[in-house]
Design a protein around this ligand. Structure first.
Ligand code: HEC
Length: 508
């Protein structure tokens, strides 16, 4: 019985694959959407994938790296939990690439090619309130080596400042592999910088001293910055220095970089301040030591005392890290909230993982992290040959155990507050300079007051879902107009007008 049911299905699959898979119709849309962002001239991918010739030259290699899951780079297990900007191919897309290679990489009709997407070069958040550049360009040698360099950017803030986003704008995409941001109010980083004749100073694992309590997220190619939802902000203390650790990838030619940080201040008052929780080696209940030639498993615990909402999660270790799993469990053990699983840790692709919505962890739960370190000769990333005893530290041969968590106190309805910024891509950006359109209240119960600058009367507005589909549209009729959103379920929408895009939250 089963056999007969399967047979027609197989036939369909075979015909779809065998028949007319072409570059322009089938392969280009997958490559453009998932690869070209990094694989084009001036970006970090080592070869460009923008034309039929470029892609077909690497056809077999592409089939290999996509079928093994090595590309596109995305280390968290997508069946365990989800994050903003998830980069995974579907089984169908992987099959299409493979069928195209098997069919001899036919080109097809250029008219079928959807064209390259617009890759935004400007800020993804809007007009920054402040731009903080590296003091001068840093020169990265063309010696095919990695470089980890920390730069110190004095804020000069005379009072505490609350921000809603920090956006890393790499100055040279061809070498910028990742950036880690931190804050220093102790002056230690500035001292380390002063002692080093180069611009900034070298530090492999972090900022070269214990500044992890001021760890501030970061950037890897292809990620968009977190923009905190309304009422949420993070304090940068007066007089602090912003630290940027850049990982520059290997290059055959000398390159220079002058990365900038876009700073976005919060508009109104902040009800909830973002805090970074840190589960470090002290959470292990045993010394952090990894003997040579051993696979060592560590289990960290971090109690949650009151209800919190997680914004993002960042596991961090060095080269011999093998895997991570982080979850929260209730006191009675009946409930487990899966947070992140990284089955194959890759130091080169460490990420800053933002949850799609604020993620509640009830008070009384315990956060648990299981990290595996492979300190044997079988681990190709082991920096020591033969393997050596490994201790905690900043250097390449040292190791670390950290889970960083940005969170706020929980408020009812947080589960519906979206943290997706990619949805703003291509549909306009928020204009933080004096909103000419105001939505009140927001969140609302299905009815919202539009307060509009009179100059905009007659201009169109639209309500979209997070997938960009237009659900309602109209024109501004007056400076103060009630909009009923009957028929739209509770959740997060976008309100778009000539003034940009804003989140619109319905919560009945
Ligand atoms: C976020 C940036 C990024 C994206 C997206 C990306 N790549 Fe890559 N790719 C890289 C980098 C960087 C390398 C160099 C090796 C490394 O650092 O891991 C690379 C290497 C490769 C290689 C050479 C592998 C090797 O071992 O030298 C191939 C082939 C490749 N990518 C194909 C793809 C394909 C196909 C996609 C889309 C399905 C893709 N990449 C998406 C950044 C990216």
């Amino acid at each position: 019985m089963r056999f007969f049911l399967l047979l027609p299905l197989l036939l369909v699959v075979v015909t779809v694959q065998g028949q007319g898979v072409t570059y322009h119709a089938d392969v280009a849309p997958i490559i453009h959407e998932n690869c070209t962002q990094c694989h084009r001239v001036g970006e970090i991918g080592p070869m460009p994938f923008t034309t039929f010739e470029e892609v077909s030259a690497y056809g077999e290699f592409i089939e290999y790296v996509t079928s093994t899951g090595y590309m596109p780079p995305w280390t968290p297990d997508p069946t365990y939990s989800h994050f903003v900007g998830e980069r995974v191919l579907s089984a169908e897309e992987i099959e299409t690439l493979s069928a195209w290679v098997d069919a001899g990489k036919p080109e097809g009709d250029p008219a079928d090619n959807p064209g390259l997407p617009d890759f935004p070069e400007d800020s993804q958040v809007g007009e920054p309130d402040l731009v903080m550049p590296m003091p001068e360009p840093y020169v990265h040698e063309g010696s095919m080596t990695d470089q980890y360099q920390v730069f110190v950017l004095p804020t000069g803030f005379e009072t505490d400042v609350t921000i809603r986003s920090l956006e890393v704008m790499p100055g040279n995409h061809a070498i910028a592999h990742h950036a880690i941001l931190g804050l220093d109010i102790s002056g230690t980083a500035a001292n380390l910088d002063a002692q080093d004749p180069d611009l900034g100073y070298e530090s492999f694992g972090d900022f070269g001293f214990d500044a992890y309590e001021n760890f501030f997220g970061g950037w890897v190619p292809g990620t968009l910055p977190v923009v905190y939802p309304e009422g949420i902000g993070r304090v940068i203390p007066a007089g602090s220095d912003l630290l940027v650790q850049m990982h520059y990838g290997p290059s055959a030619v000398e390159e220079s970089d002058q990365t900038e940080i876009n700073v976005f201040f919060t508009e109104g008052p902040v009800e909830r301040e973002v805090t970074t929780g840190i589960m470090g080696p002290w959470a292990l209940g045993e010394p952090f030591f990894i003997p040579a030639n051993q696979v060592k498993v560590f289990h960290g615990e971090f109690p949650i005392s009151s209800d919190i909402s997680l914004i993002n999660i960042v596991p961090h270790c060095h080269l011999i890290g093998a895997s991570w799993e982080v979850f929260a469990t209730s006191a009675n053990g009946n409930d487990t909230i899966p947070l992140i699983s990284i089955p194959d840790w890759d130091f080169n692709w460490q990420g800053f993982f933002t949850f799609p919505t604020l993620t509640k962890i009830p008070g009384g739960y315990t956060l648990e992290a299981i990290a595996v370190y492979d300190n044997t000769a079988d681990n190709p990333f082991n920096p020591s040959s033969p393997p050596q005893n490994v201790f905690y530290g900043d250097n390449t041969e040292d190791e670390m155990f950290f889970v960083f968590l940005d969170y706020v106190e929980y408020q009812e309805g947080d589960e519906d507050i979206s943290l997706e910024t990619p949805l703003l891509t291509g549909i306009g950006a928020l204009d933080p300079s004096g909103p000419l359109v105001k939505l009140q209240p927001n969140p609302n119960r299905g009815s919202v007051q539009l307060l509009v600058d009179p100059s905009l009367i007659g201009q169109p507005w639209e309500v979209l879902d997070l997938g960009g589909r237009i659900l309602r549209s109209g024109a501004f009729r007056s400076a103060n107009q009630q909009l009923h959103l009957d028929g739209l379920g509770d959740g997060v929408y976008l309100f778009r007008s000539s003034e940009g895009v804003e989140r619109l939250v319905i919560q009945r």
